[in-house]
Write a protein that binds this ligand. Structure first.
Ligand code: SF4
Length: 254
């Protein structure tokens, strides 16, 4: 989830005029969230036969569609500066729902070579030793790169989680300042894009709860460590085993 948020750029007004573009955008996001909740509950009600990868792909597609419509209703104040090879924001704590994690794991198994997977396993294990259980504040201080960054770009870009899709910047210099300051400096963002991506994520979690699946928002590196070590993790999760719980725990600071 976004952890470097500048409220001065808040464009998510709380007005009620149905013609107001911001109100229309908010209503669109609400409809997307509700649709995702229903979609998730319907698929997951199939139990171990549920197609969780298809569910995750549909959620990502829905998020992109909602984001495009939201941005057309309420454009950002300046052009979005994000582009491939700009990794400043990929150094914070990243969380994702189990369907999103399973989709990333599937992508890795389908698209990475055996040596690339072995190298990723080593990298994930190294990062895990430093980061397991750390909260967002600690992770900002650590400023460790996401293990999925490769040559400054996301190696799973087409299936990157909703949290990554929530964050956009209109000022790359602000992103660099945030990186240099370990996320103390704010980055101007687009609140409605954050709401849109987070809304779909909430729809996934609410839909899981509706059919009595455990609701887990897993820290990505720990979830990758668990998933890369266990080819059956998806089936086990579908059978109701709390396989991602170790990736959700945050230690108390001492
Ligand atoms: S998954 Fe990709 S976009 Fe998201 S933090 Fe990691 S490298 Fe960046």
């Amino acid at each position: 989830m976004p952890e470097n948020h500048d409220d001065s750029q808040n464009d998510a007004s709380s007005g009620t005029d149905p013609a107001d573009p911001t109100v229309r955008a908010r209503n669109l996001i609400a409809r997307g969230t509700i649709a995702q909740r229903g979609d998730t509950a319907k698929e997951m009600a199939k139990g171990p036969g549920a197609d969780v990868l298809k569910l995750a792909r549909r959620a990502l597609r829905r998020a992109e569609e909602v984001i495009i419509e939201v941005l057309s209703l309420v454009p950002p104040p300046k052009p979005i500066a994000c582009k491939a090879g700009c990794p400043w924001c990929c150094h914070i704590r990243l969380t994702a729902t189990p369907p999103e994690v399973l989709l990333v794991l599937d992508y890795i198994r389908e698209h990475f070579t055996a040596p690339e997977i072995a190298a990723l396993e080593r990298k994930v294990a190294n990062v895990d030793a430093f980061t397991r259980g750390r909260d967002g504040e600690d992770r900002a201080k650590q400023r460790l790169p996401c293990p999925l960054l490769k040559d400054g770009a996301c190696s799973v870009h087409s299936v990157r989680p909703l949290s990554c899709r929530a964050v956009v910047s209109v000022d790359v210099a602000a992103c660099k300042r945030a990186y240099d300051s370990h996320m103390e400096e704010p980055v101007p963002q687009h609140d409605l894009q954050i709401l849109a991506a987070n809304g779909i994520g909430y729809g996934i979690l609410a839909g899981l709860a509706d059919v009595s699946f455990s609701v887990e928002d897993a820290e990505m590196n720990a979830a990758l460590a668990l998933g890369l070590a266990d080819k059956d993790i998806g089936q086990r999760w579908l059978r109701g085993e709390p396989v991602f719980t170790p990736a959700t725990l945050t230690r108390r600071k001492v």
